[in-house]
Design a binder for this molecule. Structure first.
Ligand code: MN
Length: 198
């Protein structure tokens, strides 16, 4: 049985940028439902014994395991998303190493912010927008639906969920406002740095 990882923060800890109500639905209903579906789909199969990344890798691009892939990757992506969000000042400090990588890769933090937002807006329909390390550079990567960055030979550092369920209660159709609120206030740079050095 796969288990639902606990949120790394309280449900109201991201207010006013993400409401307690959104977290209750997003974590308590959506994330939980992906996990419950996954457990039902792998019950009694050899996949039950694998780690979550192994289930994802072994079911990717396999039409017979599409349901398993979608639910497993959504469980993984949501875990990654919660960890990408910060609730204290310390997590908001960008390390020197990461800061210079951002400047080298995007020109400036302002460019980084603008590109991140534009990419989130250009994701048609549901998906995820990732900051990833690709060789010596940082780049953005969009993935559709449940697709996940580690399948693309890059190292994920941070992710923003741009499925409508992530922001509709708080921002309705204003995806840009949601994404900028996260970039400006909620990105967990400590988590990104840890991923970079792993
Ligand atoms: Mn979501």
């Amino acid at each position: 049985m796969f288990i639902l990882n606990e949120l790394p923060f309280g449900a109201s800890a991201l207010e006013p940028y993400i409401s307690e109500k959104t977290i209750q639905f997003h974590y308590g209903k959506h994330h939980q439902a992906y996990l419950d579906n996954l457990n039902k789909l792998v019950a009694g199969t050899e996949l039950e014994k694998l780690s979550l990344p192994e289930v994802i890798s072994s079911s990717a691009n396999n039409p017979e395991r599409l349901g398993i892939f979608n639910n497993a990757a959504q469980v993984y992506n949501h875990d990654f998303f919660w960890q990408s969000l910060r609730t204290n000042a310390e997590q908001g400090i960008i390390s020197e190493n990461l800061s210079s990588l951002i400047n080298n890769s995007f020109g400036s933090f302002d460019n980084f912010r603008e590109e991140f937002k534009n990419l989130a807006l250009s994701q048609f329909g549901s998906g995820w927008v990732w900051l990833v390390q690709d060789g010596e550079k940082l780049v953005f990567l969009k993935t559709a639906n449940a697709d996940t960055a580690f399948l693309h030979q890059v190292k994920p550092l941070l992710v923003i969920d741009v499925w409508e369920h992530a922001y509709y209660l708080d921002y309705q159709n204003r995806r840009a406002d949601f994404v900028l609120a996260i970039i400006d206030n909620l990105l967990n740079w400590q988590f990104a740095s840890n991923n970079l050095n792993n």
